[in-house]
Design a protein around this ligand. Structure first.
Ligand SMILES: Nc1ncnc2c1ncn2[C@@H]1O[C@H](COP(=O)(O)OP(=O)(O)OP(=O)(O)O)[C@@H](O)[C@H]1O
Ligand SMILES: [Mg+2]
Length: 324
């Protein structure tokens, strides 16, 4: 399996009243075809901005996005419009992603009308029916409107519309977070099935670590716009190297009695005009001079395992600061 997506030194900065906000700050990684990269990190760390910058829904400030061997950051508007057929995005809220005035079938056929203009009416109808079946929607819903559907079925419609033009790559931005817990698993299973059937490659953004653990091959941990750790799912969950990843992991709800949680002290530093040094240093129990003196680049600490911590070797195996 070859590399499908390469992100190189991607930056997305926003100019805000009090300065420059580093929403995505020098992020690099790659994804192999057919794999799923989970992206985790707390609210505001830049997960959605990263997803949008890759698709150029937010124009990157700098850096490159290489998709299927092509530098899409150099594409003009028309080239990018054509490329979107292969690079899609699913958002969290299936309520606002569907036009309430269109029937389910009209929503699903919209991308076909845009990208496959020469498709005849009968062929298009057959394709819509095929897609509805693929995502588990009954043919009886063909003329239904979104308000007649619950969140789970709406997200199925969104998925059918997303897959209508056979994309290779989908950014899934919290696709199950707005759904009832009881339907989350159904939609997740559907997304896994479709990935296998259609050979899809996903970036799967979620704040829910159990969801990420279920669906991902590799996981990237973001903190204040930066990727602080990137590794196989196994390494991230079983052998995390960055203190922030440890903190995230210890916050996973557990039925173990007396499980201890890491309490993060210190303030969250603003992503506006950040000072040099590790962004996590203000909250890190292991902070030393070396952490604040200069930026800490992400480096490969073991094959396929990347971490941005100046002290990762010294702190390996040390007990973390826990509180009950
Ligand atoms: N259009 C914008 N203009 C200015 N700042 C923005 C804009 N979009 C996002 N930001 C800022 O960029 C940072 C990253 O936001 P982003 O939405 O990517 O975070 P996130 O990790 O997706 O958070 P959440 O988990 O809440 O969805 C935040 O500080 C946010 O306020
Ligand atoms: Mg988001």
């Amino acid at each position: 399996m070859g590399t499908l997506l390469e992100v190189k030194h991607l930056n997305k900065h926003f100019n805000v009243a009090s300065g420059t906000l580093f929403a995505v700050d020098n992020v690099s990684f790659s994804i192999d075809e057919g794999n799923t990269l989970g992206i985790v990190g707390e609210s505001g760390c830049g997960k959605s901005t990263l997803g949008r910058a890759i698709l150029r829904l937010h124009e990157p400030t700098s850096g490159r996005v290489i998709f299927d061997g092509m530098d899409v950051t150099s594409f003009n508007d028309e080239e990018m419009r054509q490329m979107r057929r292969h690079m899609q995005i699913i958002f969290q809220d299936p309520y606002s992603s569907l036009n309430p005035r269109l029937t389910i079938s009209q929503s699903i056929e919209e991308p076909l009308r845009v990208f496959q203009k020469y498709m005849g009416d009968r062929e298009r109808k057959a394709r819509v029916e095929e897609l509805m079946e693929l995502v588990g929607l009954s043919a009886r819903s063909y003329n239904a409107y979104p308000h007649e559907f619950d969140g789970g079925r709406r997200q199925r419609v969104v998925i059918a519309r997303t897959l209508a033009v056979n994309p290779k790559f989908v950014v899934c931005d919290e696709p199950v977070s707005a759904l009832d817990v009881s339907v989350q698993a159904q939609i997740l299973n559907l997304m896994v099935d479709l990935r296998e059937k259609m050979g899809l490659t996903y970036i799967f953004i979620s704040h829910d670590l159990s969801v990420v653990r279920y669906i991902s091959d590799n996981v990237g941990v973001m903190y204040m716009g930066q990727m602080v750790e990137f590794a196989s799912k196994k390494d991230i969950f079983d052998d995390p190297a960055h203190p922030y990843t440890h903190a995230l992991m210890s916050a996973i709800p557990s039925i173990e009695v007396g499980r201890r949680r890491m309490i993060l002290k210190g303030e969250i530093v603003s992503p506006i005009n950040p000072k040099p040094g590790c962004r996590f240093s203000a909250r890190c129990p292991f902070v030393k001079e070396v952490c604040v003196a200069r930026d800490v680049p992400i480096e490969e600490i073991a094959p396929g395992h990347y971490c941005a911590c100046a002290r990762h070797k010294e702190i390996k195996g040390l007990p973390f600061v826990y509180a009950n």
